[in-house]
Write a protein that binds this ligand. Structure first.
Ligand code: GDP
Ligand code: GDP
Length: 437
């Protein structure tokens, strides 16, 4: 099920990133344990009363020239209108209502998108009175919050989740592999789509997906049905801010959520940059199968070590995605292109793989016999049993005497043993520890 997207919009310094960090706080803590994920997150996944959604802080889009601040918040607003299901429009009580708040409000208002108006920096009782002037913006009750104290966030989250769309029906049969191509502009995503399909099919076979203006391209190869997700979004071009990182990440988020397998396309000529990491990190967090596709391999001067060296670099940069295979190819010359779809198919199978409880427990018993759980203040973790509770990605719950005794390193150890036993190439797996009651 695709997670809905929530965007935070507002002028600089109202506290967007402070609130963003609070909203994804718990998740961040988990992810940060893993080396290789950078700290300056620009997206995250948040949960509220069992509803999961993606959050993006659209702040920090830089536009030069006169009226730069105003222009950049306009761009934020447009981006949010295009890509988000619910917009959190943030103002602040300290400085009160400003002209640029009113401008942004007009853009948001005309869009008809659900908007939740949050007034930050309501740090004390006196400030609660300051929120009344914001009624004039026309978005209903302003919600007073404080990023410093964390107050009002429950009300904000209630208002956001109330406005999220109902989950939509699955758009495709279960045997269709949904593939998203993501990556920075100019890495060759469109060329790769054309190369996969053969030029003539791109135009004729696009169908409108049920998700707003997404255009998906279905095709069949060797008896397997695939659909390329949101290939139209990829072709949208020409706006000055298209190159900004937030724009690409936000576009990619939606496609990733709808996909089973994500092709992280990297320009082989240029190597890896931080932006690649952010996008790939999102695919990982969202629990999707991933494949690194190093494109433009025709343009790289090679010797017998070039490929291995490049792969090593990918492994260094994406430590948290060691499961993802790497495919080198050229969309231009179609060199090695035929290697791609079999890898996609395999990753999709692993992503949907279901292991019997019996087999999982055999592996866990062996793992525990070789390397018993360490004791903590004289108490030892005891594992009762484990069972797979979900696919896409494979999710395993380990029932134990006391979850607080399960340390990150031991969980990692079990995960590695499970991976070694069942492969799971291409897909992240999730391990949860629960108390056996
Ligand atoms: P952004 O530019 O909208 O992302 O704003 P930031 O999150 O970077 O916050 C701007 C400034 O406001 C920082 O100095 C924050 O510490 C401060 N700030 C954030 N939330 C609050 C709040 O609830 N009360 C007060 N007094 N300051 C806050
Ligand atoms: P996108 O922005 O990621 O969709 O990238 P495009 O598909 O538009 O490609 C960007 C540029 O890279 C174009 O000029 C392509 O001709 C070029 N390009 C794409 N794939 C390859 C490739 O495999 N080899 C070479 N040498 N150039 C390529």
């Amino acid at each position: 099920m695709a997670r809905p997207v929530v965007a935070i919009v507002g002028r600089p310094n109202v506290g967007k990133s402070t609130i963003f960090n609070r909203l994804i706080g718990d998740r961040l803590a988990i992810v940060e344990d893993k080396p290789g994920i950078t700290r300056d997150r620009i997206y995250g996944i948040s949960d509220w009363n069992g509803t999961s959604f993606s959050v993006i802080d659209t702040g920090g889009i830089e536009i030069d020239g006169e009226d730069a601040i105003l222009k950049s918040i306009r761009v934020q607003a447009e981006l949010a209108i295009e890509e988000a299901d619910v917009i959190v429009f943030m103002c602040e009580a300290k400085s009160g209502l400003t002209n640029s708040d009113e401008e942004v409000a007009q853009i948001l208002f005309r869009s008809g998108k659900p908007v939740v108006l949050a007034i930050n920096k309501v740090d004390n009782m006196k400030r609660t009175e300051d929120i009344y002037e914001f009624y004039s913006l026309g978005f209903g009750d302003p919600i007073g919050i404080s990023g410093s104290h964390g107050t009002g966030l429950g009300d904000l989250l209630d208002a956001v989740t109330e406005r999220l769309p109902e989950p939509t029906e699955e758009e495709y049969d279960d045997d269709v592999i949904r593939v998203a191509l993501i990556g920075r502009p100019n890495v060759g995503k469109s060329s790769l789509v054309n190369a996969i399909l053969g030029e003539e099919r791109v135009i004729v076979s696009n169908i409108a997906g049920t998700t707003r203006d997404a255009i998906d391209t279905p095709f069949e190869r060797d008896g397997q049905r695939y659909v390329l997700i949101d290939t139209a979004g990829m072709r949208k071009r020409g706006k000055v801010y298209e190159n900004t990182e937030k724009y690409s990440v936000m576009r990619a988020m939606r496609a990733i959520e709808r996909a089973d397998v994500v092709l992280v396309v990297i320009n082989g000529e240029e190597g890896i940059i931080d932006q690649d990491k952010h996008i790939a990190g999102y695919a990982h967090d969202a629990g999707k199968a991933s494949i690194f596709v190093v494109n433009k391999w025709d343009a790289v001067e090679k010797d017998d070590k070039t490929m291995q060296n490049f792969e090593n670099k990918i492994r260094d940069h994406f430590l948290f995605m060691s499961y993802a295979p790497v495919v080198f190819l050229s969309a231009l010359t179609k060199q090695r292109l035929q290697k791609l779809l079999p890898v996609v198919q395999h990753a999709a199978q692993q992503h949907a793989l279901r292991i019997t409880t019996h087999l999982i427990n055999d592996v866990i018993s062996d793992a525990v016999a070789i390397n018993p759980p360490p004791t903590d203040k004289g108490r030892r973790l005891r594992i009762n049993y484990a069972t797979q509770v979900a696919v896409k990605p494979p999710t395993i719950v380990v029932f134990v005497n006391d979850p607080s005794l399960m340390h990150f390193s031991y969980e990692r150890y079990l995960e590695n043993k499970i991976r070694a036993a069942f492969n799971f190439e291409g897909t992240p797996i999730r391990l949860f520890t629960r108390r056996k009651s």
